[in-house]
Design a protein around this ligand. Structure first.
Ligand code: NIG
Ligand code: FE
Length: 394
């Protein structure tokens, strides 16, 4: 059994025992065996190892957990972005443009895009990435989207209910029946989660409830896109259905915040619905950012994710999202880094990632910086010196 000691770490973010909310340890070492962390402590007490990686006094943190991304698509919508920057609003209507391009693409074209974006994210420190379908919207196109997604991630999400496709525009009930019936059956072998875009112009709360309940009955975990473009009952529906995460949360009422806060247990135990904030979407649609402080102050568990997609947020960069969260959403750097690592893990109901404590997967990032603070302090700078996934450099 080969072991590796990551040594000479100036600042280790464990998200476990240690200083402050990030469980920081200074001057630390991490022993990795068989893809897992088996020991964390001061270098002077480190057990013998077969190999050694010298972090050179730099900061080391858990790999980012990006719990919300739409990578299976074809084409781009740069012109739509340019029009928005010239004053056009974002409505989500452009999703249908991407659906057309995705249906016309070959498997290998879709596969190449997923791999390119997954690789891009990995180089920016993302060691776990959720991938949704949602640009196929036929039984065959949703199934192949998920089959291709599953080649790159175990965290795959069936989003057949992204929008009602044009051919069903005047009979949305029929589309919901298709999603709950043959589409779900074709998707389930490749999907872990079910998701719905619950928003005006997409699916209302009754349709969303029906689709999520079918997915749940088929054994999928629940997540939901809710309250992105306006207020609505989506967030409360997510909490009611014990969703792992409600995503966007840009337009929240006090009742929404109370519902999210009510699911959290202060001792960290129990089932939680996480609020996943996607500041890349507000950046790229020039919209007001979600009120992260209100959620955090109410005790809600917050995650950060990219929402990587060709319409509302074409970034694969978790460091960029951390910087936005700090500068634009008043999260402290520690809160933002926690949300991008341990928070993302909670949003995927995982306890083996997002932390660097004994037993966790050895998914980590060595920064080209002495502290995690630099992720927000030096925005746009490639600070990811090295990435390790399952104890190996991918
Ligand atoms: O999360 N909101 C719905 N879905 C995506 C946008 C997809 C698109 O515009 O293509 C999102 O922002
Ligand atoms: Fe999304």
């Amino acid at each position: 059994m080969s072991s590796l000691l990551v040594d000479n770490i100036g600042e280790l973010v464990t998200n476990g025992a240690g200083e402050g909310p990030l469980g920081i340890r200074r001057d630390a070492a991490v022993l990795v065996e068989e893809g897992r962390v088996v020991w964390v402590g001061p270098p002077a007490y480190a057990p013998a190892a077969d190999r050694r990686l010298d972090a050179g006094g730099a900061a080391v943190l858990p790999g980012f957990v990006d719990s919300h991304a739409h990578l299976v698509f074809a084409g781009d919508r740069a012109a739509e972005f340019a029009a928005r920057m010239a004053g056009q609003p974002y409505t989500g209507g452009g999703i249908r443009t991407t659906v057309g391009a995705t249906r016309a693409a070959t498997d290998n074209e879709l596969r190449a895009t997923v791999r390119r974006l997954r690789g891009e994210a990995l180089r920016q420190g993302t060691t776990t990435m959720e991938i949704k379908s949602g640009y196929g919207l036929t039984v065959a196109d949703e199934a192949r989207s998920l089959r291709i997604a599953a080649e790159s991630s175990t965290e795959t999400t069936f989003l057949g209910a992204h929008v009602v496709p044009a051919e069903y525009a005047d009979r949305p009930d029929d589309y919901v029946s298709l999603v709950c019936g043959p589409m779900l059956a074709a998707a389930t072998p490749y999907a872990k989660w079910v998701d719905v875009f619950c928003e005006r112009g997409a699916f209302d709360v009754d349709h969303a409830r029906a689709i999520l309940a079918c997915g749940q009955a088929a054994g999928l975990g629940v997540r939901i896109h809710a309250n992105q473009l306006g207020p609505g009952a989506g967030v409360r529906l997510g909490v009611e259905l014990d969703a792992a995460s409600v995503d966007h949360c840009t337009h929240l009422s006090d009742a929404d915040v109370d519902a999210l806060a009510g699911t959290a247990h202060s001792d960290g135990s129990g089932t939680r619905t996480v609020a996943t904030l996607l500041p890349g979407a507000e950046f790229s649609t020039r919209s007001p950012y979600p009120d992260a402080r209100r959620l955090l102050d109410a005790g809600v568990t917050v995650a950060l994710a990219t929402d990587c997609n060709p319409g509302s947020s074409y970034t694969s960069s978790m460091p960029f999202c951390v910087a936005l969260a700090v500068r634009e959403m008043r999260m402290t750097p520690a809160e933002a880094v926690w949300a991008a690592t341990a928070g993302g893990a909670r949003a995927l109901r995982r306890d083996d990632i997002g932390v660097l404590t004994p037993g966790a997967r050895a998914d980590l990032v060595v920064l080209d910086a002495p502290s995690y603070l630099h992720l927000a302090y030096r925005p746009g700078v490639p600070l990811i010196r090295q990435v390790m996934r399952n104890g190996v450099t991918p």
